[in-house]
Every structure is written in structure tokens, then in C-alpha cells.
Design a protein around this ligand. Structure first.
Ligand code: HDD
Length: 716
């Protein structure tokens, strides 16, 4: 593990709290704290006893039973060319284990990448919730998994799709999972429709085509019939569906949750993750090139940035609403997961900051086996009657039973709480705890009544986060109101608000996305019905797409209301931190005189990653060549600084693509001929021709804007 991939000090297990009732219970199973120096797994969970055993064996190759092995290259035969012997148990065990190494991929969100980190609360939510990890200055280890939704585990990162943003907080009160997406609304309002929307969105069941795409008949057939999906569909067709980096996208809890303060007072909230690096997207062409050239692009971007010490950060924020029986705010039903509350109406208040600081040591052990569930709650955070959220509370545990081999997956290191577990759950496949005692039931006297029922004695808090609250807790349900039902039924007013909140450039790219997606549908009926959905949102948009498809524009059919645009929904422009951005430093045989070293050092000083690009591998001025003309493509770089003007068609492709994608381009001295040769206007926005130091300064400034928008967006 590199020095950067340290396990933050937060990964020490908080002391096991004294048993609340002062009892003398021994926690079930071996207490690793009593077994000498603990070995910590990457997740920070202790690995009981392993430190001692490993010391004895050293690093010799062994069988799973610990038998030291001298040879794993040859099979045991009767004579040098004879039949293989059944008694070659190493051969049998090795191949048998290999045959069973794959587990079922996630039903959705199969393609993902994770990282460890820490959440630091600023205490702003302490008055709203008794959750201890939201107290002032509380530091909590976390594991985050980002994911796409539709694709299989081996699909490309940069497809057009929603991104999962799941965060596991290992709090001192147990695990809290905030299982969100980078889109604040969802396709459906009721969980019962989830199998339908996923069946429609996944590849067609006859040929299993297309992989990881919504551009096909069944998806658009469903969303144009089940029009509550309109809002999410618009967000997916916008730039939000094409994140430049997992480090540069927002996250949303989507649902409305309930916070419970220490005095029992409740409020309703929506959670937001705001990336410190800003929200930035790729262009559609970039994503297509990248999916082929580097399918692991987002995984690599996240891991490389963390490895380089550019730790990505997000501010966690909440929109806070009064907890009224109606649970409706300004005619927006807070139980409807297809609706947002514009930030202009209810601002987002920052309550803490997440920083990702370590890559997993083992993908399968951590990223593949992590199990999130919206019902992993802590005191002070509760669910509401949102019909989508209610169904999710069941589905995650259910699917993980088959994906992770039975009911004990919470004992896997990545899922282990950093607190004592006295669940009295026993046996079952892969039970790893060695429980003690003879009475895993309550009430009992034979184990001294242990474990004691947790009480919150001394605290006003009487509610319980457990799904079946004890008699003293009251179930909170929402009032039925006609207004609420009407709000659920309006599927087009908020998509229109979203569309009208975008810049012209964003609207143009969204219209082209609809044209691409629907252009891939072979059914004219589906195309026409999708245009009907669009015309209920915006007639000009529908007209543009209908023209691209060659279909007529129908009249609007829906009753809608005009909502004020929400500027917060458009991706912010302006200068953002450039941590971990990549710059191609292009050299040729004339590049010398220390320019390479100087430019790369200046870029690293600005927290930008220089990638040296040359005709051949090796070194230039003592610096390793990172990419050759054979291995590079423009989509890997956020900007280009040319110190040379090599004559090579692949270099010309690089320059043309970066020009077309509005990326910062700079040339030093004679390298300006490279721009001239490719028709790059030296006076255009985002283009710099200067001496080396000035080019770095200007490129870093341009990088902060993400793109030279004036170069690529239609005027007006
Ligand atoms: Fe889900 C996984 C997010 C609706 C059922 N979901 C999953 C993951 C994320 C989300 C981020 C991946 C977790 C990981 O990295 O392991 N899901 C959402 C959001 C939703 C949503 C933000 C709407 C607001 N999900 C949703 C519904 C259902 C599910 C309505 C079922 C009724 N989701 C699942 C699942 C998954 C899952 C099938 C597949 C893998 C897993 O749970 O562990 O149970």
C-alpha cells in the first residue's frame, strides 16, 4: 500500500461503550481486543487472531488448510507422463475454488468503484438530530461506492446513465447508509414499479442488446407510457448523465427523510452532496470515445487522484422542511421521489464534509462485497412514508441474501460495524462469529439476561430507529391530502422547470441526446409517444427532436403549471479547484533545455497531473514518458501543452479532438506550428501561445473553467 493509501487514524474501532445497564455481559464471540496486537483489514475492522497465525507461517505458499506448498505448477501423475492422481488434493482444491470464485453481480448498479474516507461533521445538524456522527467535530470512517445503474459488472464507466452514490458511515452508533444517486429524482414513485423500469431499461431479453444503454425501444416504450419517469429521464439526457469524473458530480438522497432531535422534535430533510471540485460533464462524443478507449476511465480517475493525494471532497447538506402531517411543501409533495424542492425555495445547509483518502486494497473484498441498505439507520435519522423508499427498505437485504451467500454478510469486514454487535442472530451460511453463552433469546436468565435491551435512559429520545419500534415509540405516518395526490400526478411541470433552468448549451446537448436515444428506437410508435412526452414539457424541444426523427409534433395533452426556473439546477460555471486534472505535455525530439521538467513541476505545483506524451516510451529530460502516440487519446487529458510539434497523424487527431471539445490548448515557442497545421486559432478562447511559464499559468486558469465554453456552445 503506498504511503498515500494510509488508513486514516479514524479507522480505529471506537471503544466498545460500557453496557448501558452496567451489566457484566461478555460480548458474544472472541473479543479480538483480547487477542494481542490486532491486524486491521483495509476496512479498519479487526481480523481476530490473524496476526499471531501469520507470524508463524511467514509468507510461504500454503493450501487453504495452511499446509505449506513447494510446487503449484505441476500435477501429481502416475509416472512422468501418466494419468493425474485423484490424491492431488492441491490440484482439486485450486481448480474447485477457481470454479466458484464468481458471485452474482448486483441486479442493478453492478458496475462500481469504491474508496475509503472520513466524514467530519460541522455540527450544524446537531440541533436537528441526535445522530452522534452529526455532532460538532464528529469524525466518522466511511466507505463510498459509486456506480452506474444499467450496465453489467464489466461494462464501460462513461455511458449515459444515472450514477449511484452510496455512503456507508461506520458511526459509533452502528452503520448508517445513505444510498443515493447523482440525480435528485427517480423514474418511479412506487417501489412496485422497480422491476418494470429495470426490465425495460436493461438489454432486450432476446439478444441482450444494448449493453448499459437507455437508447433502445423497451426503455423509451416504458418511460413514454409511465410518464412519472419524465423528470428522471430529462436529468439523464442532460449533461448530468455524462459526469467528467465521479469526483465532480453531486449526490442526492432523493427521498425525504426525518430527523429526530435529542428532545424528540422532528423535521424533514433532503440530503445533498456538493463536490468541492464543482459539477462537470463530458461531451457525448468524449464519452463514446472513452467507452472504447478506456472503459475504466472513472475508476482510474478516482483511484489515481486518491493515490496522488488529491483527496476528493464533498460537502453534505440538507434542505430542511417542517414535519407537518401533510408533508407537502409549497404544493410539492415531499413523499414524491420524482419531485425536487428548488434550492432557491429552501437552501441547502452544509452539515459536514466527506473526504475520500484511501483506495481499496482488494476490490472483491471491499467494493464487490459491500452491502448498502436504506434501512441501515442510526438514532436520529428515520424514513418517511415515501412509497419508493418504503420498498427499498426490503429490497436491498433481500437481494444481498442471494448475492452474498446467506444472512451473515454483515460480518464481512467491509460491512462490519465499528461498534459492538449483540444481535443474537445465530448460525446460517458463513457464520464467522464464535458466539458464547447458551441463551441467544430474550428474555433469558441463563445468560444473565444478556444482551440487555438498549435503552436511551436519561435521554428524552423515546423513538427507536428499529423497524419494529418498541411499544413506547410512536409510528409517524403522513396525512392523506387530495393536494398530495394531485402533486404526484403532475409529471411534466418539474421537467419543464429543469429544462428551462439550463443554459442554451445544456439545452442544446439535451435535445441532441433525445434525438440520439430516440433515433436508436426502431418502433415509430415509441418515437411518436416519446415526442408526445416531450411536447408536454416544451414544444420547441419537442419540435427539434421530432424534426430529427422525422415524426410529427402532436399537441400537448397534459395539464401543467409554470414553475420558476431554478438556476441551481444548471451546472455552475466559473473557477473551480483543479486538483487531479490531467494535462498532456507533448514533446518531440527538439524538446530540451529543461522546459519539460519546468512545465511538469509547475503543473504539479498547481495540483495538476502532467502526463508526458512522446513518440516512443522511455524518458525525456529524465522524466518518464507516460503515454506514447500509440497509447494516448484526447479523452484522457483536460488540457494540452505542446512543447514540440511532432509530425504524426495521431498527434493531429489529439489536437483536433481537444479543439473540438473546447479544452485548453497551449503551445510554447515553435510548437505553435502544431496549432497552425491543425487550424487552431491562436486567439480563440482557451488557446495560449506563449513561453513555458506563462502557458502553465494560463492553462491552469482555463482548466478551472472546465472548458472554453464560447468555443463549443451555440450563441444566443
Ligand atoms: Fe437501489 C442498489 C440507489 C431505487 C433496489 N440502489 C442500489 C445502489 C444504489 C442505489 C446507489 C448500489 C449500492 C451499492 O453500491 O452496492 N436505488 C437507489 C436510489 C433509488 C433506488 C437512489 C431511488 C431513489 N433501488 C431502488 C428501488 C429498489 C432498489 C425502488 C427496489 C424496490 N437497489 C436495489 C437493489 C440493489 C440496489 C436491487 C441492487 C444491489 C443491491 O441493492 O445491493 O436491491
Amino acid at each position: 500500500m503506498t504511503e498515500q493509501q494510509h488508513i486514516p487514524p479514524e479507522f480505529t474501532r471506537p471503544p466498545v461503550p460500557p453496557d448501558e445497564d452496567g451489566g457484566q455481559c461478555e460480548p458474544p464471540g472472541p473479543n479480538p481486543d483480547q487477542q494481542g496486537p490486532e491486524l486491521r483489514s483495509p476496512t479498519g475492522a479487526p481480523v481476530p487472531g490473524e496476526a499471531n497465525v501469520r507470524a508463524q507461517q511467514g509468507d510461504a505458499l500454503t493450501t487453504p488448510q495452511g499446509l505449506r506448498q513447494a510446487d503449484t505448477d505441476h500435477q501429481l501423475k502416475a509416472g512422468p507422463r501418466g494419468p493425474v492422481l485423484l490424491q492431488d488434493f492441491h490440484l482439486r482444491e485450486k481448480i474447485t475454488h477457481f470454479d466458484h470464485e464468481r458471485i452474482p453481480e448486483r441486479a442493478v448498479h453492478a458496475r462500481g468503484v469504491g474508496a475509503h474516507g472520513v466524514f467530519v461533521s460541522n455540527g450544524a445538524a446537531a440541533s436537528l438530530t441526535r445522530a452522534k456522527f452529526l455532532a460538532a467535530d464528529a469524525r466518522t470512517p466511511v466507505f463510498v461506492r459509486f456506480s452506474t445503474v444499467l450496465g453489467s459488472r464489466g461494462s464501460a464507466d462513461t455511458v449515459r446513465d444515472t450514477r449511484g452514490f452510496a455512503t456507508k458511515f461506520y458511526t459509533e452508533e452502528g452503520v448508517y447508509d445513505l444510498v443515493g444517486n447523482n440525480i435528485p429524482v427517480f423514474f418511479i414513485q412506487e417501489a412496485i414499479k422497480f422491476p418494470d423500469v429495470v426490465h425495460a431499461a436493461k438489454p432486450h431479453p432476446d439478444r441482450e442488446i444494448p449493453q448499459a444503454q437507455s437508447a433502445h425501444d423497451t426503455f423509451w416504450d416504458f418511460v413514454s407510457l409511465h410518464t412519472e419517469a419524465t423528470a428522471h429521464t430529462f436529468w439523464n439526457m442532460s449533461d448530468r448523465g455524462l459526469p467528467r469524473s465521479l469526483r465532480m458530480m453531486e449526490g442526492f438522497g432523493v427521498h425525504t427523510f426525518r430527523l429526530v432531535a435529542a428532545d424528540g422534535a422532528t423535521s424533514l430533510v433532503k440530503f445533498h452532496w456538493k463536490p468541492r471540485l464543482g459539477v462537470h460533464s463530458m461531451l457525448w462524443e468524449e464519452t463514446q470515445l472513452t467507452a472504447g478507449f478506456d472503459p475504466d476511465f472513472h475508476r482510474r480517475d478516482l483511484a489515481d487522484a486518491i493515490e496522488a493525494g488529491y483527496f476528493p471532497e464533498w460537502d453534505l447538506g440538507v434542505q430542511v422542511f417542517p414535519d407537518t402531517p401533510e408533508q407537502v411543501f409549497e404544493d410539492i409533495d415531499l413523499l414524491d421521489p420524482t419531485k425536487i424542492v428548488p434550492e432557491e425555495l429552501v437552501p441547502v445547509q452544509v452539515i459536514g464534509t466527506l473526504r475520500l483518502t484511501a483506495n481499496p486494497v482488494n476490490f472483491f473484498a471491499e467494493t464487490e462485497q459491500v452491502a448498502f441498505c436504506p434501512s441501515h439507520l442510526v438514532p436520529g435519522i428515520e424514513v418517511t412514508d415515501d412509497p419508493l423508499l418504503q420498498g427499498r427498505l426490503f429490497s436491498y437485504l433481500d437481494t444481498q441474501l442471494s448475492r452474498l451467500g446467506g444472512p451473515n454478510f454483515a460480518q464481512l469486514p467491509i460491512n462490519t460495524p465499528h461498534t459492538a454487535v449483540n444481535d443474537m442472530f445465530r448460525d446460517g451460511m458463513h457464520q464467522t462469529a464464535v458466539h458464547t453463552g447458551i441463551a441467544p433469546y430474550k428474555p433469558n436468565s441463563l445468560d444473565g439476561g444478556c444482551p440487555y435491551a438498549a435503552s436511551f435512559a436519561g435521554e428524552a429520545y423515546v423513538e427507536s430507529p428499529t423497524p419494529i419500534p418498541p411499544p413506547q415509540a410512536k409510528l409517524r405516518t403522513s396525512a392523506n391530502t387530495d393536494k398530495a395526490q394531485v402533486a404526484f400526478a403532475d409529471h411534466f411541470s418539474q421537467p419543464r422547470m429543469f429544462y428551462r433552468s439550463l443554459t442554451h448549451g445544456e439545452q442544446h446537448r439535451l435535445a441532441d441526446a433525445f434525438s440520439f436515444e430516440l433515433g436508436k428506437c426502431t418502433s415509430v410508435t415509441v418515437r411518436e409517444r416519446a415526442v408526445q412526452m416531450l411536447v408536454n414539457v416544451d414544444e420547441q424541444l419537442a419540435g427539434y427532436v421530432a424534426n430529427q426523427l422525422g415524426v410529427d409534433v402532436p399537441a400537448p395533452t397534459a395539464n401543467t403549471v409554470e414553475l420558476a426556473p431554478s438556476p441551481a439546477l444548471s451546472q455552475k460555471r466559473g473557477a473551480f479547484p483543479v486538483d487531479g486534472r490531467t494535462v498532456a505535455v507533448l514533446v518531440d525530439e527538439t524538446s530540451s533545455g529543461g522546459a519539460v521538467q519546468q512545465v511538469c513541476a509547475d503543473l504539479e505545483q498547481a495540483k495538476v497531473r502532467p502526463l508526458l506524451v512522446a513518440a516512443h516510451g522511455g524518458e525525456v529530460e529524465g522524466r518518464k514518458v507516460d503515454r506514447t502516440f500509440a497509447t494516448m487519446r484526447s479523452i484522457e487529458f483536460d488540457a494540452l501543452i505542446a512543447l514540440g510539434a511532432p509530425i504524426d497523424p495521431r498527434v493531429d487527431v489529439l489536437v483536433n479532438e481537444m479543439w473540438r471539445h473546447g479544452k485548453a490548448i497551449a503551445a510554447v515557442g515553435a510548437a505553435a506550428s502544431l496549432l497552425q497545421r491543425n487550424g487552431v486559432d491562436a486567439d480563440a478562447p482557451g488557446v495560449t501561445v506563449a513561453e513555458a511559464p506563462q502557458t502553465v499559468t494560463q492553462v491552469v486558469t482555463d482548466l478551472a473553467e472546465h472548458r472554453a465554453w464560447d468555443r463549443i456552445e451555440p450563441r444566443g
